[in-house]
Design a protein around this ligand. Structure first.
Ligand SMILES: NC(=O)C1=CN([C@@H]2O[C@H](COP(=O)(O)OP(=O)(O)OC[C@H]3O[C@@H](n4cnc5c(N)ncnc54)[C@H](OP(=O)(O)O)[C@@H]3O)[C@@H](O)[C@H]2O)C=CC1
Ligand SMILES: CC(C)CCC[C@@H](C)[C@H]1CC[C@H]2[C@@H]3C(=O)C=C4C[C@@H](O)CC[C@]4(C)[C@H]3CC[C@]12C
Length: 293
């Protein structure tokens, strides 16, 4: 009997836990059909790819970024791919009034919102911190404050639809490596704000999910241009990355780690042996190619 308790009950627990987590894992593209989704930073990179996936799944997409000409092309392609509707609003997220305007547009043209995907980032540099405090302020406004402003304006609609907020962050928002000081600060800020807000929504029994996406190196043009001379590793594909973000949001996951298990193991190594992680990281960089100002 003693052995039964010691072995059988924990094994049963494991089987049940496995069943529970795998049952929650059933993503179907139909989950996004007819859903009203905002994607920020949708003119290029991962945001553009998310727009195409959502279009194929039959969502209503409202896209935003600064470059109107690019957004026009992305909207046209979304309509070809089968979007229920596709529109854009162009402007800069340096301005919190613009962030709020995008959310009001969703109310006006879509009559509500099911998913808010916060993905845009302002341009930064990959190199030694150059002492430019104004750049840090500007990047915080674009990469962090506008996320807070959009979330605040969108919450009433998301409460109504029991919708989801998806926040695109980075390994650099969990572990601070060199050469990304301003960028890393903005991504750590997102974790602090949104992980706190998630708990408050749970306490208040508000059924709006928050998914924080922790991404490694992805093969977007801007990332490859910025770091390929220093980081020799092969980046993960942006198309698959975009799909994983949508899937994690639809499944109301707390965090996404992509590519997995590389990101997960770095996070684990960081808590077990941080010095080892730092030295592994540095030995993989081509430091002689880093820009100094
Ligand atoms: N690629 C990578 O290796 C990694 C990326 N990530 C994260 O993934 C997300 C997407 O990255 P990625 O696709 O590589 O980035 P891109 O540089 O390809 O895209 C950035 C997007 O943000 C828009 N944007 C830039 N500045 C502003 C602004 N001032 N106001 C409004 N929109 C702006 C750009 O459009 P426009 O210029 O037209 O405004 C563009 O649509 C980001 O949150 C990034 O931090 C995380 C880890 C790694
Ligand atoms: C242990 C970790 C600190 C780092 C290991 C993984 C490294 C190789 C990955 C993880 C996050 C990645 C950066 C990122 O998030 C986004 C951008 C913005 C883009 O415009 C330019 C490239 C840049 C700086 C990426 C560079 C490569 C990084 C540092």
């Amino acid at each position: 009997m003693g052995r039964l308790k010691k072995i059988l009950i924990p094994s049963l627990g494991l089987v049940l836990a496995f069943w529970f987590y795998s049952a929650r894992d059933t993503f179907k593209p139909e989950m996004l059909r007819g859903k009203r989704v905002i994607v920020t930073g949708a003119s290029t990179g991962i945001g553009e790819q998310m727009a195409y996936h959502l279009a194929r799944m039959g969502s209503h997409v409202l896209l935003t970024a600064r470059t109107e000409a690019r957004l026009q092309n992305v909207v046209r392609r979304c309509l070809e791919l089968g979007a229920a509707s596709a529109r854009f609003v162009s402007g800069t997220m340096e301005d919190t009034a613009f962030a709020q305007h995008v959310v009001r547009e969703a109310q006006a043209v879509l009559g509500g919102l099911d998913m808010l995907i916060l993905n845009h980032v302002g341009a930064s540099y990959f190199g030694f911190f150059d002492g430019d405090v104004e750049h840090v302020r500007k990047l915080l406004e674009i990469n962090f404050l506008s996320y807070v402003a959009m979330t605040t304006s969108a919450l009433p609609m998301l409460k109504e639809s029991e919708g989801s907020i998806v926040v695109v962050s980075s390994m650099a928002g969990k572990i601070a490596g060199p050469f990304t000081a301003p960028y890393s600060a903005t991504k750590f800020a997102l974790d602090g704000f949104f992980s706190s807000l998630r708990q408050e929504l749970i306490i208040d029994k508000v059924n709006v999910s928050i998914t924080l996406c922790i991404l490694g190196y992805i093969n977007t043009e801007s990332a490859v241009r910025a770091v390929s001379h220093v980081i020799p590793q092969t980046p993960a594909p942006k198309e698959e990355c975009a799909l994983e973000i949508i899937r994690a949001g639809a499944l109301r996951r707390r965090e996404l780690h992509y590519p997995s298990p590389a990101v997960g193991s770095m996070l684990l190594l960081r808590s077990l042996a941080p010095e080892l992680l730092d030295s592994l990281l540095l030995s993989s960089y081509r430091l002689e190619n880093v820009r100094r100002t």
